[in-house]
Design a protein around this ligand. Structure first.
Ligand SMILES: Nc1ncnc2c1ncn2[C@@H]1O[C@H](COP(=O)(O)OS(=O)(=O)O)[C@@H](OP(=O)(O)O)[C@H]1O
Length: 431
């Protein structure tokens, strides 16, 4: 072979060896990245890949006293269910409303410790609807109680309130064709401050937090600032419904709980047919303008939420949220079958799992146990999907038995609330 051809052949061999070498190098780097859990993340390399250790030295025990302010239509029932199950697993006492308050602490009245059933005092955990009253809660809850609440984007929240309370709230009932658009075009035409359940139609978050829902930040921005300050003084964590899993990561870190302690099934969700698929931008703006106090609260606490996430490490929070979602999916499959689906109450055979229905026009969904609920994990699965009304009744019965007050007559409240919102679930229609 002529020398020029020999040199060419050698050069080609060198090239392919270099290519192979490069290929091997590339593959091993990729597999290293995947095995380290970096998973080609979009986060800049500055963020830590693992979370800072949760447990301090000496290890912090799980925090056992929690007061959760359950605001309306903000995913609060799902959080309440997490807390109820935690309380049961750890043999804690849950504060529950006196029967004449229904399943809420005599909402919409200002909370009073008198609304708490005596068999559920002194409590470790409180998670039922109430209108916040700092002094009365401090009187009820043990020192060191951690206060937590949750907010939701005001336009989405208002759409949910409008649909859910359509038959209860006179301001909504007056609107022709139950049209959210008509209401938001001229809210003053339908709304009367001070009438029964008016708080469901105007700045519900501010009302639940103990504020004056008729104040407008446009006329009085100091009021909003003062309300924010009060919330910050009391609440160690304000969760955000849109970032539910991230909120649970912060919650479990705050309370030194395990990730398993905050697994959940989504509760109290409306069927797709009972909700607006998307809120048009103009409607969203109108909802925020009408609920300007709530919008101000949400914007502030949404910003502080993300600052807090950044302090823990955004990549770390996202990673834990991902772990939580994976564990939650496994749990749902174990409990509700290979393809766990939310179903309307009419398709739920297990009575204890039928969610309360606010009206014939709104479908609230729930889970059902497969094959009539046979299997070892049944009890835990039942509780995981148990709606608020059934779970509150169950806990009250259990705690009364524990306290030995079964035979005693219920103490009567001198001034019970006007009308309960939640009675028993609507009976399912048989097809
Ligand atoms: N995990 C999670 N993440 C995001 N959103 C969730 C979650 N769980 C419940 N939801 C939604 O929260 C709405 C029900 O809120 P509440 O349980 O607080 O309602 S209530 O005031 O107790 O009646 C209800 O909203 P709408 O469906 O828009 O009405 C639920 O779908």
């Amino acid at each position: 072979m002529p020398p020029i051809l020999q040199r060419l052949q050698q050069a080609t061999k060198m090239m392919s060896r270099r290519k192979i070498l490069l290929l091997v190098l590339g593959c091993s780097t990729l597999s290293l990245l995947i095995h380290q859990g970096a998973q080609l993340s979009w986060y800049p390399k500055l963020f830590p890949l693992s979370c800072p250790p949760l447990r301090d030295s000496p290890p912090r025990p799980k925090h056992m006293t929690v007061a959760f302010l359950k605001t309306h239509k903000t995913a609060g029932t799902t959080v309440q269910n997490i807390l109820f199950r935690f309380a049961e697993r750890h043999n804690l006492t849950v504060a529950l409303p006196h029967p004449s308050c229904e399943h809420q602490f005599c909402y919409p009245r200002n909370f009073s410790a008198h609304f708490v059933h005596p068999a559920t005092r002194p409590p470790h955990v409180l998670a039922s609807h109430l209108r916040f009253n700092r002094a009365e809660l401090a009187r009820l809850m043990p020192p060191g109680t951690v206060y937590v609440t949750i907010l939701r984007e005001p336009a989405a929240m208002f759409e949910s309130l409008f649909s859910y309370y359509n038959q209860y709230c006179p301001a909504f009932r007056r609107v022709p064709n139950a049209s959210l658009e008509a209401f938001l075009r001229a809210p003053e035409a339908y709304y009367r401050a001070g009438e029964h359940f008016a708080m469901f139609a105007h700045n519900t978050l501010a009302y639940d937090l103990g504020g004056d829902n008729e104040r407008s930040p446009r006329d009085d921005d100091a009021y909003l600032a003062g309300l924010i300050r009060q919330v910050e003084e009391v609440f160690s964590l304000v969760m955000i419904a849109e970032y539910f899993d991230e909120s649970l990561v912060l919650l479990r870190r705050l309370l030194a709980w395990d990730l398993d302690d905050v697994l959940y099934a989504k509760l109290n969700a409306r069927a797709a047919s009972s909700r607006l698929a998307a809120i048009p931008a103009a409607l969203g703006r109108a909802a925020r303008a009408w609920n300007a106090l709530d919008a101000g609260l949400y914007d502030h606490f949404n910003a502080t939420f993300w600052r807090r996430v950044a302090r823990v490490g955004r990549a770390c929070v996202e990673r834990e949220a991902r772990e939580l979602r994976e564990a939650r999916e496994r749990l749902l499959r174990r409990c509700f079958g290979a393809q766990p689906v939310l179903r309307p109450a009419t398709q739920i055979r297990t009575k204890q799992l039928q969610p309360w229905q606010p009206s014939r026009k709104v479908d609230i969904m729930g889970y059902d146990l497969p094959s009539g609920g046979a299997g070892p994990a049944t009890e835990a699965c039942l509780k995981l999907a148990m709606p608020e009304v059934q779970y509150s009744n169950y806990l009250l019965r259990k705690q009364k038995r524990r306290g030995g007050v079964r035979a005693r007559p219920e103490p009567v409240l001198d001034n019970p609330p006007p009308r309960p919102i939640r009675a028993l679930p609507r009976a399912p229609q048989v097809h």
